[in-house]
Design a protein around this ligand. Structure first.
Ligand SMILES: [Zn+2]
Length: 416
């Protein structure tokens, strides 16, 4: 691969202050060789140099929660009743073949790159995202989902998961990691949580769980009531025991929470729950627009951050939020928790990398990290704003170019 030298009006390394008239040198190994003021970054003779003018150059954005196998399946706002919505989605998915999911995942990955997102933490059950990441040269963690609300299904569900992960291991690499996702407390039994978590730990696989998302999930675990409990009763599934647990407490008691665990949503969480997450070292994927679209309410983002929990921002799927726009999520997180622009930007770059345990490799512009970066045009007449404000005010259509491991994976052909 050719070395590249990119320069722009503003370079935002995230882990260092913004540099006006800065440059980044991407080495032939796909990693960052140098970052800094234009005059101090080397300009080797054989390098492909490009100056983007009045633009912002940032580390590639990191989306900590996607379902890219569902790309193209969004059709307006989700129906108001969450349990019915989940059921409908699973019915639709059951009618689709593997080629459909693969085409969706490839398109989803291309859409991410076009929106400046260079790493995804994706949950799904088709395996299509791991395959697409490997084939297209992407970066991400593909968490393979497992379901099974009846305790009697536990052994069979675990065997199925192990077989799927084994089959997907041919797609794993330094940039494509596999994980497991015991889906949610209303689709996974207590023994399946326990055995999946133990197996993942023994094999060094990270875990992602949808957790403390809806009031109905809390009602199932606290009092065997609400729409999920009704659905379980209708299917002859025994109620969780003992009752009286919060979703976070339930998973903690079943050995699921650790530094390798990414908890998605975490809306229905008390101070005690936040303490449990912090003690376990678990991370959170915060999805502000999805939480609102489903009427779940707002996550206690300020309290999560105050407890020094690692938090990254995620979009969730197109079925929940329509177009995936990570910077719109960052703006929503900012207003929710009263954050500075730079803090909000960190939640979808370095903070997200920390949440995924990948901050030694990605999340900032620093020599040695992967050459993942995005060039964003400055919004018109906005040049007096601080660069973090400019970045935060932009959207997918402002992305000019995206690089993964020093390779150009997206270029907007519209003139600057
Ligand atoms: Zn989700």
């Amino acid at each position: 691969m050719l070395a590249r030298r990119l320069s722009a009006r503003w370079v935002l390394p995230i882990e260092a202050p913004p540099v006006e008239h800065g440059a980044v040198l991407l080495g032939p190994d796909g990693r960052i060789a140098a970052v800094g003021p234009e005059a101090r970054v080397p300009r080797p003779a054989d390098v492909l140099a490009e100056d983007f003018g009045d633009a912002l150059l940032l580390p590639g954005l990191i989306n900590t929660h996607t379902h890219l196998e569902l790309t193209g399946m969004g059709s307006g706002p989700p129906e108001p009743e969450f349990a019915a919505w989940i059921r409908r989605l699973r019915e639709v998915k059951a009618t689709l073949g593997s080629e459909t999911f693969l085409a969706a995942a490839r398109q989803g990955l291309a859409d991410c790159w076009a929106a400046g997102v260079t790493t995804v933490a994706d949950t799904g059950d088709s395996g299509a995202v791991a395959q697409s990441l490997a084939e297209l040269g992407g970066s991400g963690i593909a968490y393979q989902e497992v379901f099974g609300p009846h305790p009697d299904q536990c052994a069979e569900s675990l065997r199925g998961l192990q077989g799927r992960v084994e089959a997907l291991s041919r797609f794993a690499s330094g940039r494509v990691r596999l994980g497991v996702s015991p889906h949610a407390p209303y689709t996974v039994s207590a023994p399946l949580y326990r055995t999946t978590a133990a197996w993942a730990k023994a094999n060094g696989l990270p875990i992602a769980v949808h957790l403390a998302e809806s009031p109905a999930e809390s009602a199932l675990l606290s009092s065997a009531s609400g729409s999920f409990a009704q659905a379980w009763r209708a299917r002859g599934i025994p109620m969780p025991a003992p009752l009286g647990r919060s979703p976070v407490q339930w998973l903690d008691e079943h050995g699921v929470l650790s530094v390798q665990t990414l908890c998605i949503h975490v809306v229905q969480a008390t101070g005690l729950d936040i303490g449990r997450l912090a003690n376990a070292g678990a991370a959170v994927a915060h999805c502000p627009r999805s939480n609102r679209a489903h009427g779940h309410g707002d996550a206690p983002l300020a309290a999560l951050l105050a407890a020094r929990i690692r938090v990254g921002i995620g979009t969730d799927s197109v079925v929940s939020v329509g177009e995936l726009d990570l910077l719109a999520e960052a703006r929503a997180a900012r207003s929710l928790a009263g954050l500075e622009a730079a803090q909000a930007l960190t939640l979808c770059t370095l903070g997200a990398a920390r949440a995924l345990g990948l901050d030694a490799e990605i999340g900032g512009l620093r020599a040695g990290k992967w050459g993942d970066c995005v060039v964003i045009r400055c919004p018109p007449a906005g040049s007096r704003l601080a660069p973090a404000e400019l970045a935060l005010a932009s959207g997918p259509r402002d992305v000019v170019a995206t690089y993964v491991g020093g390779r150009d994976v997206y270029r907007n052909s519209r003139p600057l």
